[in-house]
Design a protein around this ligand. Sequence first.
Ligand SMILES: Cc1cc2nc3c(=O)[nH]c(=O)nc-3n(C[C@H](O)[C@H](O)[C@H](O)COP(=O)(O)OP(=O)(O)OC[C@H]3O[C@@H](n4cnc5c(N)ncnc54)[C@H](O)[C@@H]3O)c2cc1C
Length: 602
Amino acid sequence: LYDEFTGDISRFLINFSTRETALFTEYPTGVIVDNATYDFVIVGSGPSGSVLANRLSENPEWNILLLEAGEEPSWVTDIPVACGALEYSDYNWGYTCEPQSGFCRDCMDGILQYPHGRVLGGSSIINYMIYTRGNRLDFDRWAAMGNPGWSFDDILPYFLKLESAHLAIKDDGYHNNDGPLSISDASYRSKLVDVYVKASQEAGLPYVDNNGKNQIGVSYVQTTTKNGKRSDAENAYLRPIRNRNNIKIQKASRATKILIDSCSKTAYGVEYVNDGKTYRALATKEVISSAGSFNSPQLLMLSGIGPKTHLEQLGIPVQSDLPVGKKMYDHALFPGLVFQLNDSIPINLVEEIVNPLTYIQYSEGKGFLTSSNTVEAISYVKTNISTDPDDSYPDIELVMYGISPAADHGVLIRRNYNIDQNTYDKVFKPLESKYTYQVSPMLLHPKSLGRIELRSSNPLHPPKFFANYFTDPENEDIETLIAGIREIQKINRTPTMQKYNATLVRTPLPGCEDIEFDSDAYWECAIRSIISSLYHQTATCKMGPKNDTEAVVDHKLKVHGIKGLRVIDVSVIPVPMTAHTVAVAYMVGERASDIIKNDYGI
Ligand SMILES: Cc1cc2nc3c(=O)[nH]c(=O)nc-3n(C[C@H](O)[C@H](O)[C@H](O)COP(=O)(O)OP(=O)(O)OC[C@H]3O[C@@H](n4cnc5c(N)ncnc54)[C@H](O)[C@@H]3O)c2cc1C
């Protein structure tokens, strides 16, 4: 292990704990049999894949193989506040976007990071645990695009089925308490969040259960946690069924190709790599790709399903010419809006970390370690520049953190946002000893579209990601984020916030010094300087009918033009969600399991 130490303490510690987990494996390990045959082969154990593995193996007549490229999670991944550090471990695929000129000007190497979970449980193991389902209209529009069975009324039963809610405030009829995944209020709150929630109401936002009847308003964050620990796809859906006789959960096994009979256009298995050796697993009924919004399109393209010209350029024989990876929605978040207070009501991260009580409290399911990445409140807002005809459809989410990027003195948060050292030293370092917090606007319905391509025909090479942020010709994405900043400033100006003398930090970002501070032009410059993704990429294998030129799968999630193959994960989501995406990932898994059972008369 010492030899593997690269100078990166968090990577070292987390990988050390993974190693420990490997010694006490939770999962049966068996000999790998080449060409073994199953009814269903599922690739990827993220929220969608884990739900499928669980629900399909409820039928004792079916034999299931679940392949996962990563290893098992460990006790570290249970600690909610550790999530930011997990990006610096082998639990992350470590993807980054291609450098582009219109954004991330003050990011390290000009690069936007795209972390993505590589572990049993997928990104639900490294994510920030924020639980938001989305707006009724997201699903109604999704259904109206030619996808029957996906309207809000159709999918609400599946949101109910998956959750066990432990919430102080919840709307009747919108929650359930006996599903596998635990949804809880954060058991740790700063004094600041109570002030902020009150101030938001004073600024005109109603208090709502944002997973209930009305979404527009402010809420304390709802999280995928149980008794102060992470609740995720692995511990909610896989661990309880790991000893079922009819399922094989095979970790460290990376699918490299879907096997397709090119005459009958039927998928009949996958090729995968385990410990450097290549194997095949055969499927008599179906192959299901649940490898997530990046790896499902990658796997499809490697197998000949994708844009014809792109595949031909790489010498990959084309099985079905489909627009795989051509469209990618993502949620951009601006982390540069920081306020200073005259009182110690925000979270003091350093004090919490060195306080022995923190660790005692964690053993009781309380205290700082149970905080979901210090996100404390979420608001949905329809800004005055939104052109959506429906008043209940927000265009911005405000993510309120009990800290600012200066809270850990530049150790991890700076790296999470990939802010370069020079920018950090100038703007954030002077705040290290001050009482600060941040509220970040997140763009819900981007007009700029990203895309994914293969880098090469080598399955082990990472794909190429083009985020294409802020390339929409009307500049609406920037304008909406600025409108979000103005909403946050309104909250900050309320008497409740002003009791604490809440003041916007006015140090300009490098490159924006010559622009009048707080003008729209300044904020455009600032947004183009430091921007982060919240990692909600969707639509890379978009759902839609055959006549939809952007569609890859139909409403039953079957790949157009190929038999025996479905994609079941967030890559199929055809609209930019008014939400973070993990709740929808579980829901898609639940809904798809019923679709499959129905198709086979179960
Ligand atoms: C850092 C981070 C923070 C986030 N925070 C939140 C949040 O707070 N709230 C929220 O709602 N959402 C959040 N998200 C997004 C959310 O976690 C994802 O949308 C969700 O996990 C997607 O689920 P999925 O089932 O589509 O696939 P994924 O979670 O992407 O899982 C796919 C799985 O497939 C495996 N896989 C991929 N390729 C192969 C292959 N070739 N062979 C075998 N296995 C393979 C991967 O290793 C992975 O385990 C966050 C994401 C990240 C990365």
